[in-house]
Design a protein around this ligand. Structure first.
Ligand code: UDP
Ligand code: MG
Length: 136
């Protein structure tokens, strides 16, 4: 049975700043993702705090929220068969040092915080995160 899923992808400030957004979008297309919605925005720190609230007890939370709101980002709804896991695989490990060859974070990630992309980690969170940025 088919299981086409939509997930939320964010091209983070470190990548947008280096003008990598088109190149990263092409990698998604090459992997068979359709980009259903996209917008380039800059969010307030308070919005980043809401978006990343699952991490609010973590030591990196404050820096993470400052960082995500520090410059323009590209938020996208992307779609593919088993797309949530497929996106996590294409992104690679959270720390670019641990990411496998061919993954976005291996190619473009600078450090564990400036790791170029975000992707939803479960069907439940994909729904919440898509709704967070695209409420229509
Ligand atoms: N992060 C960080 N330091 C850490 C762990 C995570 O700065 O020690 C940042 C990093 O940008 C990561 C984000 O927090 O992408 C969310 O962490 P998570 O564990 O959810 O990783 P992801 O799902 O993005 O791979
Ligand atoms: Mg995560």
């Amino acid at each position: 049975m088919s299981n086409v899923e939509q997930t939320l992808s964010i091209i983070k400030p470190d990548a947008v700043e280096r003008n990598l957004d088109n190149e990263i979008q092409q990698l998604f297309k090459d992997k068979g993702f359709q980009i259903i919605k996209e917008k380039k925005i800059q969010i307030e720190k308070s919005e980043a705090e809401e978006f990343y609230k699952v991490h609010q007890t973590k030591p990196f939370y404050n820096d993470l929220c400052s960082y995500l709101s520090s410059g323009p980002i590209v938020v996208m709804v992307i779609e593919k068969e088993n797309g949530i896991l497929a996106n996590r695989e294409l992104m690679g490990a959270t720390n670019p040092k641990d990411a496998q060859e061919g993954t976005i974070r291996k190619k473009y990630g600078i450090s564990i915080d400036k790791n170029s992309v975000h992707g939803s980690d479960s069907p439940e969170n994909a729904k919440i995160e898509i709704n967070f940025f695209f409420k229509d």
